[in-house]
Design a protein around this ligand. Structure first.
Ligand code: NOJ
Length: 711
């Protein structure tokens, strides 16, 4: 604790300190969370705001960036840094101190309602994307909050479910992105998850909050609860929770919210408890009850002091508070930030392009300027901004696929084909909540497709916080629509706007499929740029596309959503492609997959041992007549380990743009630790002997393999 902080703590009364460890209503009504500060001593009020896809200040607008999964699909930490910087500047422009993002939870089940808010099924890709984002945010004087710590992998029964998971799986899969956020990006705040881990609510989890996060990783920032996610006073205070949010009842917090919408909680799948309220009915545990616990001696006041110190240090680290000057009552200047600049608009477009994954292309893309295009799809006239929940952003401007294509094609027509897909929204008065539209017909879509050179069908799912998806099928009659259009059209391109994998039963009947995730406000601009070849689709899959939900380790109800409030993580470290490889399941599209409009040759690959691990060097050549992006992926196989390990695990990657005919030599360095597995008795262990390095274009398209001994 710095001496300025200690001096300030000495001046604060017990009641004043208690005011700094739980939230209250924001008098301006714009922040998601608010701590009143202390006027007497010049501690500024602290505002916290959602979230991962852009700034969600209540009643305000901001740039709606592509969803986190799209950012991760770019496989480009530098782009993540640019995103973080932009969203940090918008946070500052809204005069908010702390951004409640990014979310780095591992995508464990393909139906997870918030998968679009997360990055990947892979810890390395999640960590790299998260570190870039956090460093960008914090470079603007705004604090980032990495969330939701930890194993918050489902929405069903999310306040009660216990992720029963081995320490090895926690260490190897679920914790690394948080650890990198702390150790590499020096993140200012960590948000606890709602769920329990091995029976203990995360807000009470002393092992994970104190032993691992604060002691082992040396986290000196603030641990904040998820909203209404604090579950006790004494246990939480002692376990390491520093700030209870929001500290007010739901009805007071969001008076305009349609409270009934929370009761519309999905009928819980069999085996889950249905009697649990959607939001725990809690009062402020860190208000009066904490004061009483201190006065009665149940908790030592030094525990409270540490929490306040962490809050003050966090504020100081952002530059938005000068603790020393507090005594004279003159907090430092706010940074003013910037909102909705042309740079931010361009960046939203660029991320959407770089995150777009070309899944398959039978020589139909790029489209030609002279093509007439039938744009088909129930929601193809509107941008897909994001999913429902706390990450919703209201943009200043937006372009849907239809407008984007109209601006580029010689001729464009539009048919919905089927009724609009409803878009879940946290806010009851959302414009997009109404899905009814009379007069749509598949026949009209078929006629339009038959009379155009190309049909582009835009399909989407509907994912939201609070609910997991029922399946990975496209909702409504979109599959029927695609079948019918594919039969009638000369060539058919399907554009997916989904939160993750979906089944593609018509795959063989169509000519190309693009996955654009939830592309944000620049949806149509980015799509047109990719369709017409102004830009290369730079994305690669951050999640495996299975043939159905049954292909994933969460197919059994004991694994997901769990029974008797417990989800068994029996699959251990075998999540995502690790599971598909282990069980020999053929994915529809593997992790890391994605095509460029260019073609790349791996002319030479060498792996050389170094003092600290090994270097992988690739001579890469673009053999096409156009510029394109390749993502070189390096996987390790811990073949010498005495325990079962995944066949391959991503350990390094590099996104490389090369002009027509150009070559580059790219070196990706791996450290010894990249070969380590977690032994529950002795900790991180590098297996002795010969391990394996695989270099490829995806987890299943390996171009070179070498043995290495890094001991
Ligand atoms: C609950 C969500 O889980 C969290 O991500 C969000 O930041 C808070 N609500 C505040 O909206």
């Amino acid at each position: 604790m710095g001496s300025d902080v200690t001096a300030l703590l000495d001046e604060l009364t017990l009641a004043e300190k208690i005011r700094l460890v739980h939230g209250t209503a924001d008098p301006d009504g714009t922040a998601t969370g608010y701590v009143p500060g202390n006027d007497r001593l010049g501690i500024r009020p602290i505002t916290l705001v959602d979230g991962p896809l852009g700034v969600r200040a209540m009643g305000e607008r901001a740039t709606a960036f592509p969803a986190s999964i799209a950012l991760a699909a770019s496989w480009d930490p530098e782009l993540a840094r640019e995103f973080g910087t932009a969203v940090g500047r918008e946070t500052a422009a809204h005069d908010q101190d702390v951004l409640l993002g990014p979310g780095v939870n591992i995508i464990r089940t393909p139906v997870g309602g918030r998968n679009f808010e997360y990055y990947s099924e892979d810890p390395h890709l999640s960590a790299r994307t998260g570190v870039g984002t956090i460093e960008g945010i914090q470079s603007t004087g705004v604090a980032a909050t990495v969330k939701h710590y930890v194993a918050n992998n489902q929405e069903t029964n999310r306040y009660e479910v216990s992720a029963d998971v081995s320490e090895r799986a926690l260490r190897e899969l679920y914790l690394p992105a948080f650890r990198a956020a702390v150790e590499e990006a020096d993140v200012d705040a960590v948000m606890t998850a709602y769920n329990r881990v091995n029976g203990v609510h995360m807000s009470d989890h002393e092992f994970l909050l104190s032993d691992v996060l604060k002691d082992e990783w040396d986290f000196d920032g603030l641990v904040v609860s998820d909203w209404w996610g604090t579950r006790s006073t004494v246990d939480a205070a002692q376990a390491g929770l520093d700030l209870e949010m929001p500290g007010v009842e739901l009805t007071e917090y969001l008076p305009e919210l349609d409270a009934d919408s929370f009761d519309a909680d999905p009928s819980p799948p069999d085996g889950t408890s249905s009697d649990f309220p959607p939001i725990p009915d809690v009062s402020a545990y860190f208000g009066e009850p904490l004061r009483e616990a201190i006065e009665s001696g149940e908790i030592d006041e030094s525990i409270l002091d540490e929490k306040v110190a962490r809050l003050l240090s966090m504020l100081e680290s952002t530059g938005r508070q000068n603790v020393a000057e507090c005594e004279t009552g003159s907090p430092s200047d706010d940074s003013t930030g910037e909102l909705d600049t042309s740079e931010h608009r361009q960046l939203a477009r660029e991320i959407a392009i770089e995150g777009t994954v070309l899944l398959t292309n039978d020589d139909v893309l790029p489209l030609s300027e002279s093509d007439s295009v039938a744009v088909i799809g129930p929601n193809a006239d509107a941008a897909k901004l994001g999913g429902g929940g706390s990450s919703e952003v209201s943009p200043f401007t937006e372009t849907g696929p239809l407008a984007g294509i109209e601006s580029r094609a010689a001729d464009a027509s539009f048919e919905r084909g089927v009724n609009p897909i409803a878009e879940s929204s946290f806010f009851a008065d959302s414009e997009s909540a109404d899905a009814s539209e009379a007069g749509t017909s598949i026949d009209d879509a078929v006629s339009a497709a038959a009379s155009a050179d190309r049909a582009v069908v835009v399909a989407q799912d509907d994912a939201t916080e609070f609910t997991d998806r029922d399946s990975i099928e496209l909702p409504g009659r979109q599959n029927d629509l695609i079948d019918a259009v594919a039969e009638a059209a000369e060539r058919t391109v399907v554009v997916l706007r989904t939160s993750g994998p979906v089944e593609l039963p018509w795959l063989d009947a169509v000519d190309a499929v693009l996955e654009t995730w939830y592309p944000g406000q620049a949806d149509g601009e980015a799509l047109a740029a990719v369709l017409f070849g102004d830009a290369d689709p730079g994305g690669r899959l951050p999640v495996t596309f299975g043939r159905s939900a049954a292909d994933y380790p969460t197919a059994d109800e004991t694994a997901f959503p769990g029974t008797d409030d417990v989800a068994q993580y029996e699959e251990g470290v075998f999540v995502g492609y690790r599971y598909f490889d282990d069980r020999d399941i053929e994915p529809l599209f593997p992790f890391g997959h994605g095509q460029s409009y260019a073609t790349f040759e791996y002319d030479d690959v060498t792996v050389s041992e170094t003092d600290d691990g090994c270097d992988v060097t690739v001579d890469l050549r673009n053999s096409a007549t156009r510029t394109g992006t390749e993502v070189i992926q390096v996987y390790v196989g811990k073949s010498a380990a005495p325990v079962p390990t995944p066949e391959r695990e991503l350990a390094g990657f590099e996104s490389v743009e090369l002009g027509a005919g150009d070559s580059a030599t790219v070196t990706i360095s791996l450290a010894r630790e990249d070969f380590a597995y977690y032994d529950e008795d002795s900790g991180w262990t590098v297996p002795d002997g010969s391990n394996t390095v695989h270099v490829g274009r995806s987890s299943r398209d390996i171009r070179a393999t070498a043995d290495v001994d890094v001991q």
